[in-house]
Design a protein around this ligand. Structure first.
Ligand code: FES
Length: 677
């Protein structure tokens, strides 16, 4: 039994005996306790702060006396004088063991700290970034022992940080000598090592001790919007978030129209590649301004995107994704230089990591959703739908995870809808219809007031009421069904059949009038029969994709439904269920995961372990190709009805009463043909 003092670290609980005089940082390293350091124990960075505890600790079986740690030395005093140490804190690299001691490592001193994600589902991220800052002191050149500055830098890294195998690009080599001399042979380097890299790569160098931070961008490259999070690589904190419309929209509203553009226009793929790279560069510049940092401090970028965006970002012509067997050029994750993607707005040596694609139409964004939502760790059978112009669907639990994508088209984003528009101020985003009066009331983006509120007109005077966005049209169709204005087959009734003059004749069909702004020069907003059809097609494609996976899993019900994607966050679960967009589950089992793909990108940016994890998960995911599945069509047709032609919806029927109306003159209430005469 050692007679050396016992050092106990919390929260890890790791303990060991160390000779008197051992710095706490050394003890931590030898026990494998997560205690950060950038300056290598020179009392400069203060990343090694610890909180010693004194007194009786029956739990640990020790008594800690007041002199269990060495007195403050001049380095600590100097640091405290210049920068100030929080009360009760010591520098772990300076404080040495003198007696039995209990030492707490505060979260901000941990490299692999736990980051609690503030989203619907609590989940922790263990920080393990690929790029770290290291402070080293390099031997000055000696004529007696000729050696290169870079070789002596590598020696210093080996001795001071036990780091071997360091490489540096030429632009670093060119700056090295000046930087070393400006720092008087003290230098801080940003060193990158991915989870599959054999060697370390120097991304940046700073003279002396670099007080600044290094950052990464987590980018969800969608076909409609590009969303980015600027994250501090030290603690995973989001410093700024921003987004832009994907400029490729001018080449086609949805994925397949962009693939066709590339097919029809030689060089069309390059045009779309250039357009999106330019947009990402300007997004990086604007988010750096928003985060009040220099863009060169951004040393890493993680991309998640669907397969077509993936290929166009990489400069790969996506035409193969437009025809069976929808072969990807590559499906594995990619780690490359940002320069290779013309990302010149960020650090010149920045690294890019792109998550793996799951299948021809199930991309790195679905992988990111899986990383964020972890269906492979769920006891319950969870269905995750990421609704976009191309819906990506995951179904799984601990036993296995299935994935497919379904061509829902842009109707859920307001495209192909007569009064449709993107989610912008003035767009109707919420809607209710009184089942008795059949009168609608609604909310528009930019105001929290309902349209029947006396202050509504004034509150919306600036934006006006301009159209209906995705979440608004979903609620409108569902509310029309609930109010008996729409029958199960999606037919809008006439004014006589529905009892409201708002059901207007329109050619051989009818439309429902929501808002008439013509008196004040505004638009007249209706839901037409064509709009209903567009939503029926979109929701049937989504439902059919989910049904296919349920068939494959051999189940008729799921335990939980997660609505992912920026759009998913705005969908009302009750209305989605009335529409039959998702299978029947108890309403409290439908959750929104917000931008789960974006969160997955942040997790991958913050942790190389997560990168390895998602590669393994994706390899194990079973891909179902909806385009070649014979039962897709059958499920699609059955899902046309609202909520569904055949599948039972007991949970839904338990919370709403769907009027048994039938507006098809030729058929009876049950859709059977009426006999003539
Ligand atoms: S390691 Fe830098 S101050 Fe302790």
């Amino acid at each position: 039994m050692s007679t050396d003092p016992l050092v106990i670290f919390t929260p890890s609980g790791k303990r060991g005996h160390f000779p008197v005089g051992t710095p706490i940082l050394t003890a931590a390293r030898q026990l494998g306790v997560d205690l950060d350091s950038v300056c290598g124990g020179r009392g400069i960075c203060s990343k090694c702060q610890i909180t010693p505890s004194y007194g009786e600790f029956p739990k640990h079986g020790v008594t800690v006396s007041d002199d269990a740690l060495s007195e403050w030395n001049s380095v600590e005093e100097r640091y405290d004088r210049i920068r100030g140490l929080p009360k009760g804190r010591r520098l772990g690299c300076q404080a040495t063991v003198q007696g039995d001691i209990v030492v707490d490592v505060p979260p901000e001193s941990q490299v692999h700290r736990q980051v609690v994600r503030k989203a619907a589902t609590q989940r922790d991220i263990i920080m393990a970034p690929a790029t770290h800052l290291y402070y080293v002191e390099v031997q000055e050149p000696d004529m007696h022992e000729p050696s290169g500055d870079f070789e002596r830098l590598k020696d210093a890294l080996r001795v001071q940080w036990q780091i071997e195998g360091v490489t540096a690009p030429m632009n670093i080599m060119r700056r090295l000598q000046k930087t070393l001399r400006k720092g008087e042979w003290k230098i801080t380097i940003a060193l990158h090592k991915g989870h599959r890299d054999e060697t370390h790569r120097i991304l940046d160098i700073f003279p002396g001790f670099y007080e600044g931070r290094i950052y990464g961008l987590a980018i969800d490259l969608g076909s409609t919007t590009i969303a980015a999070h600027l994250c501090d690589l030290r603690n995973g904190n989001v410093i700024a978030s921003s987004g832009v419309m994907n400029p490729q929209i001018r080449f086609g509203e949805d994925l397949m129209s962009r693939v066709s553009y590339a097919m029809m226009n030689p060089g069309g793929d390059k045009e779309m590649t250039d357009a999106v790279r330019i947009a990402i560069n300007s997004l990086a510049q604007s988010i750096a301004i928003e985060g009040n940092i220099d863009p060169s401090q951004i040393v890493e970028t993680v991309f998640v995107c669907n397969p077509v965006m993936h290929h166009l970002l990489l400069g790969i012509d996506p035409v193969e994704l437009g025809q069976a067997p929808f072969a990807l050029a590559t499906s594995e994750s990619l780690s490359l230089e940002a320069q290779a993607l013309d990302l010149t707005a960020i650090n010149e040596n920045a690294r890019v990591f792109i998550l793996p694609c799951i299948a021809g139409h199930v991309g790195a964004d679905a992988a990111a959703v899986a990383l964020s939502e972890e269906p492979n760790k769920s006891e319950e059978l969870v269905l995750i739908v990421d609704v976009g112009t191309n819906a990506e669907i995951l179904l799984g639990n601990k036993t296995r995870v299935l994935a497919c994508s379904s061509p829902t088209g842009p109707a859920f984003e307001g495209a192909q809808i007569s009064a449709g528009q993107r989610a912008a101020p003035g767009a109707i985003e919420r809607l209710e219809i009184d089942p008795i009066t059949k009168e609608p009331r609604f909310k528009v983006i930019g105001s929290d007031l309902w349209s029947d509120d006396p202050a509504f007109a004034e509150a919306t005077a600036a934006t006006g009421i301009t159209g209906i966005c995705g979440s608004g049209i979903i609620e409108a169709v569902a509310e029309m069904r609930l109010a008996g204005l729409l029958d199960a087959r999606g037919l809008i009734g006439s004014a006589d059949q529905t009892g409201t003059a708002r059901c207007l004749p329109e050619g051989r069909t009818h439309s429902y009038l929501i808002w008439d702004g013509t008196a004040s020069g505004g638009p007249r907003l209706t839901v037409t029969q064509g709009d209903i059809r567009a939503i029926q097609l979109a929701k049937s494609a989504l439902y059919a994709g989910a049904r296919l996976l349920m068939d494959e899993m051999g189940v008729d019900t799921v335990d939980r439904v997660v609505l992912a994607g920026a759009f998913g966050a705005h969908i009302s679960p009750r209305h989605a269920m009335v529409l039959g967009m998702i299978p029947d589950v108890p309403l409290d089992k439908v959750q929104s995961a917000g931008n789960a793909a974006g969160t997955g990108a942040r997790i991958a940016l913050s942790s190389i372990d997560a990168r390895a994890q998602i590669e393994k998960t994706v390899r194990e995911i079973i891909k179902v190709e909806t385009a070649i599945e014979p039962r897709f069509q059958e499920h699609f047709v059955n899902a046309n009805a609202i909520p569904h032609a055949t599948d039972p919806f007991p949970n839904l029927n338990g919370i709403v009463t769907l009027p048994k109306v039938n507006f098809n003159a030729k058929t009876d209430g049950e859709g059977r043909r009426r006999r003539r005469g």
